[in-house]
Design a protein around this ligand. Structure first.
Ligand code: 0A1
Ligand code: ZN
Length: 882
């Protein structure tokens, strides 16, 4: 009998589990090659009709199996490579005892129980628990876990699992010891975790709003304790914020974070025992950049917030992944906005959304926020599920207002606490709490694709009416050729000549609530009265909906917005829109052998922003950053020539440097001395602006400018300034570059996380020699295909962030990636599949490159044995969706 879940898996096939599990008692005896796991499962039927017990299992060696303490005979069960079935179990509840043996040291997939260096750790989301024991490894089976971990004291003096520690001690007459952990909160198997190893820790405490005293610990490899202070500080601020912003407090006696150096993703929210990629824990001023500090803060918060949105309320099935991820990303974004600058955070998030999610949504891997089918769930930890999922939650708040949103959240927490919920149940809480009909809103979960919204503005001086005609089109995506109209909340303002927002009064005399009009039909019009002169409309303020917006605005309108809009997001957006228009024109010019033109108005607008002392430096730094090469490629959309895009962008930066003139060195000087390093947002913003100026100053590669960069590199007392200088040097083929790269390596060679930065910078050099350099670096002693951070730092950076060189005209970049994926796939399919997504925009390339990319893709597709992960990505990437 086959126990394997049929592939593809479909949401419409969801059936409740036939058997539930009340308790799980695990006894894990750690050993590098032969870890023994004894699992005692208390099963009870969930259905009245008798059903076989079907348990998932992968890469397991079954040692023993008994039912109510009686060993099962070979005829009573069936074991296959992917599970174990008991065809005729007893009718009522029973106890199943399973003994399995695992080889953690050989676990290169980093799923299930594995070794990261000397540390034993687990990763069970999404389907890793089945690599530890046979189990109904699906999130709607929630059980109370008690975990006993046993190990050699010398090998693993620290033994951790979920929950509270209820017993620990030595095993008399041996060199071994044990610890027993009990987690009183029922949880799905994907939230199980255990850790064993020789670890140091830092400890703090927090008293929750209701007076519960919680111990907080961060465990790291011994010697790294001094690099955890920022992570601990971020954790405490996250815990406090969740109490204040959402009324949620922590619920166990202890909260633990363990940092490991081998991890497939960023971090994992296991109940009470978060496991982190050490990149998102460890920071000191001389090893971590401001960006690292910000990421640590955000990811610590994200995982902590999962305690309520993910752990206390989990997902019924993996199609509901956005229920926990979209919501938790929204929560971490709000946390960061409150801790730092709301507008700077919003701009950064929208840049990320466009760079990753919009690209995904426009290509063969597009899928709805709640997918309806998957071959491999690991491939759905995507920008669409996470970032677009967060945008959907944000739109709910925009539509319902802050109070209505909070009431919906409160209802969600009370109604579904302790359960595995669905997206429909989540939305029903907001509908019920607000007496709202959110039926049409659900299309944000079911329809893929980024809506195109076109706005036509007209003004009639006689009637004093300003009219907006708004039309939406949702483009076809794989499997969804025809779309229905979405609910699109558009926050807007009508800016008067004096720069002030005019009152938004509709023709029927109603005021526009919270400045938001909502489009629900394919097209609609909105008339605002009492508008004497043509205003400048500021549309989709704060990026209120994740759409592509076009409007009949003039360059003058955009420059006015860049200078005057009360919405900082749209000030930034106006500059981006102006720059994009210019860049796209110039790409065409360059491709036809003409020289790029300059846009004096745009340059003046940049100068005005740089010289506006009232603006936050972090905002100015963002405003001075033109659209990236990937942004331009996305906006061009077809027949993409990365070489021409690179040239157009470089021309704009050259023109900016020339036009901004002395304002650049002046600003650089103004922020040059920032005092002792502090990672706070304001200090980071000053460094960002200073370094943006430094980079622009060096565009010309004039010796004086390069000397200034080299001296900042040498004199830097923090990693942000040192890296910024090195990054600037790295794009100039000059002796100073190799000297600085050599120096950087020697300074930090003992620190793999810093050496990752060194790999990344080299992979991003926009020169033809880079591919050879990257190949060479794969043989560097500091590089390893066994470590996901190293792979992402070198290969990932090359394929995803070096548009020009990955997309070399000769196709060698594609061949290199194909070779790498094929070599990596047998060892770590998850990471291999993720690398493969670098091909996702291949159809948009100009014909020569497109043919070469397709050939590389077809070579991977034809490989003799591919993991399900890579096969799924390659198959969907190549599928003809026309
Ligand atoms: N739930 C985690 C992400 C995550 C997903 C899968 C993993 O398996 C390797 C690990 C982590 C989060 O959202 O942070
Ligand atoms: Zn998450």
């Amino acid at each position: 009998m086959r126990t394997e879940q049929a592939r593809p898996v479909r949401l419409s096939d969801y059936r409740p589990p036939a058997w539930l599990i009340d308790t799980v008692e695990l006894d894990v005896k750690l050993h590098p090659n032969a870890t023994r796991v004894r699992a005692v499962l208390a099963l009870k039927p969930n259905e009245t009709t008798p059903a076989p017990v079907v348990l998932d299992g992968e890469d397991l060696k079954l040692i023993g199996l008994s039912l109510n303490d009686t060993p099962l005979t070979a005829e009573q069960y069936v074991v296959t490579p992917d599970g174990l079935t008991i065809p005729q179990p007893p009718a009522g509840p029973f106890k199943l005892t399973i003994e399995t043996e695992l080889d953690p040291a050989a676990n290169t997939r980093l799923m299930g129980l594995y070794k990261s260096g000397a540390t034993y750790c687990t990763q069970c989301e999404a389907e890793g628990f089945r690599r530890i024991t046979y189990f109904p490894d699906r999130p709607d089976v929630m059980a109370v876990y008690t975990t006993r971990v046993e190990a050699e004291k010398a090998e693993a003096p620290v033994l951790l699992a979920n929950g509270n520690c209820i017993e620990a001690g030595d095993i008399a007459g041996t060199t071994r010891h044990f610890a027993v952990w009990h987690d009183p909160f029922p949880k799905p198997s994907y939230l199980f975790a255990l850790v064993g190893g020789r670890l140091g820790f830092i400890e703090d405490r927090l008293t929750t709003a209701s007076g519960r005293n919680v111990v907080l610990r961060i465990y790291v490899e011994p010697g790294k304790e001094g690099r955890c202070a920022w992570a601990m500080d971020s954790l405490k601020r996250s815990m406090r914020w969740d109490e204040q912003a959402f009324g949620r407090e922590y619920d166990l006696d202890i909260f633990m974070i363990v940092a490991v150096s081998d991890f497939n993703m960023g971090a994992m929210e296991n109940k009470g025992l978060n496991v982190f990629n050490d990149k998102y824990v460890l920071a000191t001023a001389d090893t971590a950049t401001d960006q690292d500090y910000a990421s640590i803060e955000a990811i610590i918060a994200h995982e902590y917030f999962h305690n309520w949105t993910g752990d206390r309320i989990t997902c019924r099935d993996w199609f509901q992944l956005c229920l926990k991820e979209g919501l938790t990303v929204f929560r971490d974004q709000e946390f960061t906005s409150d801790q730092r600058s709301r507008s700077v955070k919003r701009i950064a998030d929208v840049r990320g959304l466009r760079a990753h999610q919009f690209v995904e949504d426009a290509g063969p891997l597009a899928h709805p926020v709640r997918p309806e089918v998957y071959n491999e769930i690991n491939n759905f930890y995507t920008a669409t599920v996470y970032e677009k999922g967060a945008e959907v939650v944000r739109m709910l708040k925009t539509l319902l207002g802050p109070d209505g949103f909070r009431q919906g959240m409160d209802l969600y927490f009370t109604r579904h606490d302790g359960h595995a919920a669905t997206v429909d149940q989540f939305i029903a809480c907001f509908a019920d709490a607000n007496s709202a009909d959110l039926g049409q809103f659900m299309r944000w979960y079911s329809q893929a694709g980024t809506p195109d919204v076109a706005v036509t503005v007209s003004h009639d001086a006689k009637t004093q009416i300003c009219r907006l005609e708004i039309a939406q089109v949702v483009p076809p995506t794989p499997g969804q050729p025809i779309k229905q109209p979405m609910v699109i909340p558009i926050a807007l303002g009508l800016i008067g000549a004096d720069g002030r927002d005019l009152p938004l009064v509709l023709a029927d005399g109603r005021k526009v609530e919270r400045g938001v009009v909502t489009l629900t039909k394919p097209s609609d019009s909105f008339e605002f009265t009492g508008i004497a002169q043509r205003p400048v409309p500021s549309l989709n303020r704060g990026f209120s909906a994740p759409i592509k917006l076009s409007a009949n605005l003039s360059a003058d309108d955009l420059r006015f917005m860049a200078a005057r809009d009360s919405d900082p997001f749209n000030r930034w957006q106006a500059l981006q829109t102006l720059a994009t228009t210019l860049l796209i024109d110039n790409v065409s010019a360059i491709r036809t052998g003409k020289s790029p033109r300059e846009d004096a108005g745009l340059l003046a607008a940049f100068a005005a922003i740089l010289n506006d002392r009232d603006l936050e430096p972090a905002f100015v730094a963002l405003a001075l950053t033109p659209p990236s090469e990937a942004d331009i490629a996305r906006d061009i959309g077809r027949d993409v020539d990365p070489e021409a895009i690179f040239a157009a962008r470089k021309a704009l930066r050259t023109a900016m440097a020339a036009h901004l003139g002395t304002a650049l060195p002046e600003t650089y000087q103004r922020f040059a001395a920032t005092g002792p390093y502090s990672p706070d947002a304001a200090s980071a913003g000053r460094r960002a602006l200073k370094n943006a100026c430094l980079d622009l100053l060096a565009v010309s590669a004039e010796p004086a400018a390069i000397a200034r960069v080299a001296s900042q590199y040498a004199a830097a007392d923090n990693m942000t300034d040192r890296m910024a200088a090195l990054a600037t040097l790295s794009v100039h083929d000059l002796p100073q570059r190799e000297a600085a790269l050599g120096d950087f390596y020697r300074r930090f060679e003992s620190d793999p996380l810093v050496i990752d930065k060194w790999f990344t910078l080299q992979a991003m050099i926009p020169e033809p020699g880079t591919l050879a350099r990257v190949r060479e670096l794969t043989n560097h002693p500091a590089f390893s295909f066994a470590n996901p951070n190293r792979i992402r730092a070198l290969i990932g950076a090359f394929a995803q962030s070096n548009q020009k060189e990955f997309n070399r005209g000769d196709g060698a970049g594609y061949e290199f990636l194909a070779d790498t994926v094929l070599a990596l796939d047998p060892k770590n399919p998850q990471v291999a599949a993720r690398l493969m997504t670098a091909f996702r925009s291949w159809r948009a390339l100009e014909p020569t490159r497109r043919v070469k990319a397709e050939a590389a893709l077809r070579r991977v597709a034809a490989a003799a044995s591919l993991s399900r992960d890579v096969k799924d990505i390659v198959g969907r990437t190549l599928a003809d969706n026309s």
